[in-house]
Design a protein around this ligand. Structure first.
Ligand code: HEM
Length: 376
């Protein structure tokens, strides 16, 4: 097939995937810029781009683009080296006009790939992937600005990112005009124009990325994204929504103070309370309720470490170890006699006793046959 068998076809695939990746990077950069000016709106976008079917399809398409782009890049480089044979060692004789980046596209691509691996571990793996796997961390999957804070609190993050952005600048400025050349828009009039457009486009995108890294680093050092009240309510709302869905009658508000006070009452005896609920509401998944409450309490403790809400009882409930309450005790009735009661006769009904049984009962106490009867 022409697209795979000829060098022109392979370059065409590189160009096509390259154009799509440039568009993605541009869109991604503009989206991140929203986090600078309006962090709450950024979280709404993150929620929209979570584990919804359209976002998953887009992510898979994007992954495919990256994979094809990388495979073809390595393939083209190997084929070029083979074609040039020993000539590749005459690299010093390359005309000056051939830019540094054009000779180092593969190396630059590898640096960008290394940056991407770190970046995806910091964000995508904790956001979309966690949501797809149904895992629940302390930070809700759509709380983009909290993940930004977690990442940019580390001093090494902006350093690694800036290295990635520099590599991206060289890679994209060369790739931009080169891909138009590959698809045939390479008239002598247009190549200098593509170069100029590519330089401007890439410089604006990379400058915005650098600005984001600086702003996110500064704000994260001040814990801005975890202490700003509007953002706090947004995170709490994300954690409370699944609970309100499971137990609509609870109608838990998303106000931080109210949630903190409510949870301070529930959390210490949550396993007992949820055990009682399990008996009264057999249709409700109490273990899920326990997990959802635990997520809320963990988040409150994360956002406000002075809250110090206890998690042990909730952890037991989330593990399915709810306590079965002793009903008379719960209802304020006197404690049941520890003496073993006969099981056959339901409470309240007069006991039918045969004359033989009556005689046996009246006889002096003997060693019981059943060891359980020993219990006091
Ligand atoms: C300051 C700079 C950046 C920040 C703050 C940032 C932030 C994020 C966040 C929050 C996500 C997760 C979105 C989600 O899963 O809902 C993400 C995903 C991603 N980012 Fe970045 N990003 C930055 C720079 C870059 C750069 C320079 C590239 C590429 C060269 C890049 C490529 C990606 C890719 C491929 C994904 C996965 C997208 C998906 O599958 O949906 N990011 N980024």
């Amino acid at each position: 097939m022409w697209l795979t068998s000829s060098s022109v076809g392979r370059k065409f695939i590189m160009a096509l995937t390259g154009i799509c990746l440039v568009l993605f990077v541009t869109f991604h950069c503009l989206m991140n810029s929203i986090a600078i000016v309006w962090p709450a709106a950024y979280n709404v976008i993150c929620e929209f781009l979570g584990a919804n079917w359209y976002a998953l399809i887009a992510s898979m398409g994007l992954a495919l683009l990256f994979i094809i782009h990388i495979i073809y890049a390595v393939w083209l480089t190997v084929m070029n080296r083979k074609a040039r044979g020993n000539d590749r060692y005459l690299i010093n004789k390359t005309p000056k006009a051939v830019e540094w980046s054009s000779k180092n596209m593969l190396v630059l691509g590898i640096v960008i790939l290394a940056f991407l691996v770190v970046h995806l571990i910091q964000f995508w793996a904790k956001m979309q992937l966690e949501e797809v796997l149904g895992h629940h961390g302390t930070v809700p999957a759509a709380a983009g600005t909290l993940f930004i804070q977690e990442a940019f609190k580390e001093i090494w993050t902006p350093i690694v990112y800036i290295i990635g952005f520099v590599a991206l600048w060289f890679h994209m400025t060369h790739g931009f005009w080169s891909m138009f050349q590959s698809i045939g828009w390479d008239s002598t009039a247009w190549i200098p124009r593509w170069k100029k457009i590519g330089d401007w486009w890439t410089s604006i995108v990379v400058a915005l990325f650098v600005a984001q890294a600086v702003v996110f680093f500064v704000q994260s050092q001040k814990d801005y994204y975890s202490t700003q009240p509007e953002l706090q309510s947004q995170y709490i709302e994300m954690a409370v929504a699944p609970l309100n869905e499971t137990l609509p009658m609870l109608n838990m508000p998303s106000d931080m103070q109210t949630v903190k006070m409510t949870m301070a009452q529930i959390a210490p005896q949550a396993d007992m309370m949820l055990g009682m609920m399990k008996m009264q509401m057999p249709g409700v998944d109490i273990q899920a309720v326990g997990q959802q409450m635990l997520n809320i309490v963990n988040l409150v403790n994360y956002l406000d470490p002075t809250a110090n809400l206890p998690v042990e009882a909730l952890q037991r409930a989330a593990d399915g170890q709810t306590q079965q309450p002793q009903m008379p005790q719960m209802m304020g009735q006197p404690q049941a006699q520890p003496q073993a009661q006969p099981q056959e006769a339901p409470q309240g009904e007069p006991k039918q006793v045969s004359p033989e049984q009556q005689a046996a009962d009246d006889a002096p106490a003997q060693e019981p046959a059943n060891p359980n009867d020993k219990q006091k």
